[in-house]
Design a protein. Structure first.
Length: 442
């Protein structure tokens, strides 16, 4: 046998690289907090998410139990990441794979699963779990009807939390040298929080375990009351449930590219850290990469349509550029021109205000009402230069400033604001423009 690989460090398969993900300190978003906040970077898993851990664990458990045999099919209902972890395992081990998903998942996740050779079945998100077309029941039918098929059932599979008890929990304890005081993660199937939390509590019962869950999921209400409440739809993928999983035991500023559920968990972790002391250490698990959400939370159009885009995170230049793609954004006049020139522009282009320039400088503003009033009261005024009639200039904001600067100026009785780009005024934004932006109609 050749010994050419002797002394070479390598892994026998991609599955051997699952786990042992790094901790990264959150600095920008946590700069003013009393204690450090560390992120467990599950995007470093080979499939890009925390679900690689349970994908491997559940398949190995099924093999050990004898239910999954060579040539068999791995079946699962998934929002995407568990499916990818299982698809990766299936490809390495030679199994077939069939996955059922809610139709709210991003197209990137669907295409990724198909790239691994998996079958993908989409079901409506809004139907109840007991509905025949729910992705839970579609998966059950496939597993029942197809010979050699096994439903992984991440929601009730004990291998799910066990994977985190054996890997995620010990990693966190070792990486923090036992100094971790708070652990935050999304709820989802409950496997991550249950398995990791159980291990950390075993090592130190004082460690606080915090689950992040979206409004609309029933899990928080059930935790507090023991009752099943009414579920509502929500926009965050991969977390929240409209039933109680059996496995459940009751970022741009950082250049960390993650998805919506990671953003949710990070927000909760920061809120937790606000109430901590200097000796505490908060760790938040960020479950996957933002590449899975390029058509969703990392797409401004989708965010606007779903009324989720925070104006403070958008630059003035982005809104001005969106307006420029539809109409010419800036009609202007020179201070030495006659009033009739301004009147002609207002009538021709149906604009409410015109900025008045002297060279490259903004020196005043003409309001539609004042122009019409002057023209009607004294026809001779049509020949007067604009600097004798104009009002104060509109506020000017830079294209790189956050959009909420515009919102505040418009709320302070300014009819519009001018946009400056590379030292020159190039656009104008009105209240109507901002309403269009917020409403997602750009």
């Amino acid at each position: 046998m050749s010994n050419v690989l002797e002394g070479v460090h390598y892994f026998e398969s991609i599955l051997d690289t699952v786990g042992k993900t790094p901790l990264v300190r959150l600095r920008a978003v946590a700069r003013d907090l009393p204690c450090p906040v560390l992120a467990k970077m599950e995007t470093f898993n080979p499939g890009g998410s925390v679900k690689d851990r349970i994908g491997l664990a559940m398949v190995e458990a099924a093999e050990k139990a004898g239910t999954l045999r060579p040539g068999g099919t791995i079946v699962e209902c998934t929002s995407g990441n568990t499916g990818l972890g299982l698809a990766m395992v299936a490809a390495v081990k030679g199994y077939r794979a069939a996955f059922c998903m809610p139709d709210k998942v991003s197209s990137e996740k669907v295409n990724l699963l198909k790239a691994f050779g998996a079958e993908v079945y989409l079901s409506p998100t809004a139907v109840a779990p007991e509905h025949p077309d729910s992705y839970y029941n579609v998966a059950k039918r496939i597993a029942h009807d197809r010979p050699g098929a096994v439903l992984m059932d991440q929601y009730n599979n004990p291998a799910n939390p066990d994977a985190h008890f054996k890997s995620t929990g010990p990693e966190l304890w070792e990486q923090t040298r036992g100094r971790i005081t708070h652990f935050v993660t999304g709820m989802g199937t409950g496997g991550t929080i249950s398995g990791t939390g159980r291990y950390l509590k075993k090592m130190n019962e004082k460690i606080q375990i915090i689950g992040a869950d979206p409004v609309g999921s029933i899990l928080k209400y059930y935790k507090e009351t023991g009752k099943i409440g009414e579920a509502h739809t929500y926009k965050i993928e991969g977390v929240g449930e409209d039933f109680i999983p059996g496995a459940t035991d009751f970022a741009r500023q950082e250049a960390i590219f993650v998805g919506g559920s990671a953003g949710m968990a990070a927000w909760v972790a920061l809120e937790v850290a606000r109430g901590c002391g200097p000796n505490d250490l908060v760790v938040v698990l960020l479950p996957d990469t933002g590449e899975r959400y390029l058509s969703k939370v990392h797409n401004d159009e989708w965010m606007r349509v779903n009324h989720l885009l925070d104006p403070s995170s958008v630059r003035v230049g982005n809104i001005a550029a969106g307006k420029a793609s539809r109409v010419r954004t800036l009609f202007k006049v020179d201070s030495g021109e006659p009033l009739k020139r301004a009147l002609a522009l207002i009538q021709q282009h149906d604009v409410s205000q015109l900025p008045v320039f002297h060279g490259s400088d903004v020196v005043g503003t003409l309001e539609e009402g004042e122009v019409l009033k002057s023209a009607l009261s004294d026809p001779a005024s049509l020949e007067l230069p604009l600097d004798t009639i104009m009002g104060p200039p509109l506020p000017v904001v830079g294209a790189d400033e956050p959009a909420d600067v515009v919102t505040k100026l418009l709320a302070s009785r300014n009819a519009a604001v001018l946009v400056k780009n590379d030292g020159a005024v190039t656009g104008i934004l009105t209240r109507f423009d901002m309403l269009q932006f917020i409403a997602g109609s750009e």
